[in-house]
Write a protein that binds this ligand. Structure first.
Ligand code: MG
Length: 295
């Protein structure tokens, strides 16, 4: 197939461009055959594979460790730890900003539209639906408390079971998933930094039971030219068990790709994911917490 482009001969364009131009010179138009653009090869389709009962991918880029692919099903599973009690229904400290206390989601907006959230609040619990939500306020370094409950009876498997997420600065996802008796690729497990760092332990409670996240997060820093100076760091305590220990984040988290930084300002919203599963949330509060790096 060949494309044709109409060419207007020189000398006429300038006249036509002038307001009120009334040139009587006849306009000659001709067609000139141009070579067809080279077809753009279609991106290869992702190939999902299963290793030891874990669905995942090995057609993805390697992690910086050079050993595991992004979402590699062969990557070792986190050890299962039965949690004790820790911060269940923790009363917010006096200086905390309460983001959800069971009444409404007035401090949240739909992430995509900026309009009202599609989530429902029923019996003091917010249930994910329709789209991601994010706070209207922006936060930098912080301490964050979140409680979530996975649907019961559980439905689906792997990444399809109780998937949600806590996005720091709206772009770095701490995975929320039902990994109680549910295998998935390690870098997508509960309390993992999605696609990057598996959790140090699987401390999941059974679906239907409330679980806690307590996060400490440090924002990344960039120089004036946008070059990364220091990465973001996160500590994640899941049901009282450390799942990420001041772990450096490799950039924005996404499906099948390694993390990548794009320069940001010093703050961003906290976002919660809707991933086709109704995951319940309650008791969400945050304490802005500036870092003092002086020795
Ligand atoms: Mg998720």
């Amino acid at each position: 197939m060949r494309m044709h482009l109409k060419i207007i001969l020189p000398g006429l364009l300038c006249l036509a461009a002038l307001s009120g131009c009334a040139s009587k010179t006849p306009v000659v138009v001709r067609s000139q055959a141009l070579p067809a653009a080279a077809p753009v090869p279609a991106a290869p389709k992702p190939v999902e594979i299963t290793i030891n009962g874990v669905d995942g991918f090995q057609d993805t880029p390697l992690q910086p460790d050079g050993k595991w692919h992004v979402h590699d099903p062969a990557r070792p599973q986190p050890p299962i730890v039965t949690p004790g009690t820790f911060s269940d229904q923790a009363t917010p400290p006096s200086d905390a900003i309460v983001l959800f206390n069971g009444k409404d989601l007035s401090q949240w907006r739909d992430k995509a539209t900026g309009g009202p959230v599609g989530w429902r609040v029923v019996d003091g619990v917010a249930v994910s639906a329709k789209g991601d939500i994010q706070t209207t306020n922006q936060f930098g370094d912080l301490q964050l408390h979140v409680e979530f409950r996975e649907p019961t009876p559980p439905r689906g498997g792997g990444q399809g079971r109780g998937n949600s997420g806590v996005f720091l600065m709206g772009r770095y996802e701490i995975q929320v998933l039902d990994c109680y008796s549910n295998l998935t690729y390690a870098d997508g497990a509960t309390a993992g930094i999605y696609g990057q760092h598996p959790p140090l332990a699987n401390a999941c409670r059974p679906p239907g039971e409330w679980q806690t996240y307590d996060l400490i997060f440090n924002v990344p820093h960039f120089d004036a030219a946008g070059k990364l100076l220091t990465p973001a760091y996160v500590t994640v305590i899941h049901n009282g068990v450390v799942a990420q220990n001041h772990q450096a984040i490799r950039g924005a988290t996404n499906w099948r790709v390694p993390g990548k930084y794009t320069p940001t300002g010093p703050t961003g919203p906290i976002a919660l994911q809707y991933h086709n599963n109704p995951v319940a949330f309650r008791n969400i509060w945050v304490r802005p917490m500036p870092v003092n790096n002086e020795p």
